[in-house]
Ligand binder design. Structure first.
Ligand code: 9MR
Length: 574
């Protein structure tokens, strides 16, 4: 009996293992005619070759051999690569292999990533907190304004001589961070830096990219119109008395699964932190540079930004190590705050980023001489708490500013390219992606790791012109768009199998079947901190399209931003 049960359970495991991904996975958005085109066969096929058929399956247009089987490092899947890069005709097609179900239909067309590029940028509009989303811009996801944040309270942790606890001020606007309704300066930092960097690297593309938001047509690129919405909020988070920046604007605890603005719980700004002030300084300095071109549209903006950046920097110099430690704060002040902490303890990367942005914008490199600024950056893939790479990107874009300064941009460049070489020499061969070089790639928000790797690689490609970097960047875009062990295209509303139940309060509460579009779900995360049920639990399959799964299926502004950069950049560079 026991052995029968064992056989039965092995049988069920086998069935469910096979059920984890469609038989053939690929980028469900599609391919550029001249680009690399890869599908991955995840079932053992009965044949050595594969075919490309027209989507109506009437005509066979291409045939080639499958590559040898490869065992994935991060799950039990044994894959075979189908490379059809030589097939360059435009149209709608499927990949077929004898004995297994065909791939989803996909497009081969020029500028194929325009859809993702537009949708991922438009997603920020849907995250706007205090305005009504009107039908003409939001379509069926129209909704009333959310949290007005006109009467935000100073939390006791943030009280100062001039602003006692309970003092009220306005901090309206800005994007909701993620699936929750709070607004965090630290996470806005990397998000804003990434989006402005997309504009700085591809200005002509973004000048022309229109995403149908209220400001569209005002002569300013929509990416900058959207960024400005959050920039204006960030400016309200600075205490004009001393230049310090409040760490976040938040409820005491997360709102329930309701539409924005339904709950009327008090909103607070909590203690100032050095990470917030330095991220703020970096963003404001970069904004002063980026919006200078649009001075006639926004008179005085550049000036306000640089002043705000300088005073936040000065506050940081006087308060060099004020860490936001929510647990500790809650021991001393009420109400207890239990929303996202973004508590970063290591600040040298924030010092580096802020010093570089201030130098690049003002032409004065003395910021680099501050003793808190490390003489060299740690080359790594950026995350919300590791931002020195954003400084490296800027330093290598404006090298002439740094000639003769403390910063050795020649070394930075070679360090960055050495890291790019490492990134392109590993990865997961079973899916032919740069993603998966290390199990550490599969963290909370792993899809953003993939996109930040791609952004890094595109920046390296812009610097050195090495096509391997470009190809590796594309491989990770293919990964998030479907060429992965889950078979999901992780961007809502794109492809034929994308998340429907993201951890995102508006998408959960709006009564509309489809989630808000253009949002990148977090992705595979074996950490499973949400304790939800995950149907598959290998490193690369630990994902569940369930609302409860904030550790694998939430969305976040800092995850969407590198997707914007990569989809736009690949469109331009391909
Ligand atoms: O993206 C953040 C991830 O790196 C952290 O491990 C995690 C736990 O602290 O928090 C994530 O950020 C969340 C934030 O705290 C609150 N809003 C939702 C964010 C995405 O899940």
């Amino acid at each position: 009996m026991k052995s029968n049960l064992l056989i039965l359970s092995l049988f069920i495991t086998t069935i469910t293992c096979y059920a984890q991904a469609p038989a053939i996975v690929l980028n469900q958005c599609g391919f550029n005619p001249a680009g690399t085109k890869i599908a991955v066969v995840t079932y053992s096929p009965a044949s050595e070759d594969f075919y490309i058929l027209t989507a109506d399956k009437k005509d066979t247009v291409y045939r080639a051999m499958l590559q040898a089987p490869i065992q994935s490092v991060y799950s039990s899947t044994i894959n075979r690569i189908a490379d059809f890069s030589n097939f360059k005709k435009t149209g709608s097609f499927v990949v077929c292999v004898k004995g297994i179900p065909p791939s989803p239909a996909f497009a081969i067309q020029k500028n194929v990533f325009n859809t993702v590029s537009t949708a991922s940028l438009k997603a920020f509009y849907y995250q706007r907190s205090d305005i009504t989303l009107e039908e003409k811009y939001a379509g069926k996801w129209k909704r009333p304004a959310g949290h007005p944040d006109t009467n935000v309270l100073i939390h006791p942790s943030a009280a100062s001589a001039k602003k006692a606890a309970g003092y009220m001020f306005a901090s309206p606007g800005g994007w909701y961070d993620a699936g929750d309704y709070n607004k965090y300066i630290v996470n806005s930092g990397i998000t804003m830096g990434t989006l402005m960097s997309a504009y700085e690297d591809f200005p002509d593309y973004y000048q022309a990219l229109s995403i149908n938001i209220p400001e569209t047509g005002n002569g300013v690129p929509d990416i900058l119109n959207e960024v400005l919405y959050n920039l204006r909020w960030m400016l309200t988070m600075q205490d004009k008395d001393d230049g310090g920046v409040y760490h976040k604007c938040t409820n005491a605890s997360f709102d329930g699964k309701v539409m924005p603005g339904v709950t009327k719980a008090p909103r607070y700004v909590v203690q100032k932190s050095t990470a917030a002030a330095l991220d703020f300084a970096a963003v404001m300095a970069q904004a002063a540079r980026v919006y200078k071109k649009f001075e006639s549209k926004f008179p005085g903006l550049t000036d306000s930004c640089i002043k705000a950046a300088e005073s936040a920097w000065q506050w940081s110099v006087n308060n060099a190590a004020v860490v936001y430690n929510q647990e500790e704060m809650n021991k001393h002040f009420a109400p207890v705050i239990s929303t996202g902490a973004y508590g970063d303890k290591s600040l040298s990367d924030e010092w580096f980023w802020a010093a570089v942005e201030l130098s690049a914008t003002t032409g004065n490199t003395s910021y680099l001489s501050n003793s808190h600024v490390p003489s060299n950056a740690n080359i790594s893939i950026p995350t919300w708490n590791k931002v020195d790479m954003l400084g490296v990107y800027t330093a290598l874009k404006y090298t002439s500013v740094f000639t003769g300064s403390k910063l050795n941009t020649t070394k930075l460049r070679s360090d960055m390219l050495a890291f790019a070489n490492t990134l392109t020499s590993g990865g997961n061969a079973a899916f032919k992606t740069a993603m998966g070089q290390s199990p550490r790639d599969f963290v909370w928000g792993s899809n953003a790791v993939a996109m930040n790797q791609s952004m890094f690689l595109l920046k390296a490609y812009l610097l050195a012109g090495n096509k391997t970097y470009f190809e590796a960047a594309l491989s990770n875009l293919d990964y998030v768009l479907g060429r992965n062990a889950t078979g999901y295209c992780f961007v809502t509303g794109i492809g034929n199998k994308s998340p429907l139940h993201i951890h995102h309060r508006p998408s959960e509460a709006d009564g509309i079947d489809e989630p808000v579009p253009g949002l990148l779900a977090g992705g595979a995360n074996p950490g499973k901190q949400d304790k939800c049920y995950y149907p598959f639990t290998a490193v690369e399959t630990s994902y569940t399209d369930e609302e409860c799964s904030y550790a694998s299926n939430e969305i976040a502004i800092n995850w969407n931003a590198p997707l914007v950069y990569v989809a736009g950049g690949i469109n331009v560079l391909q």
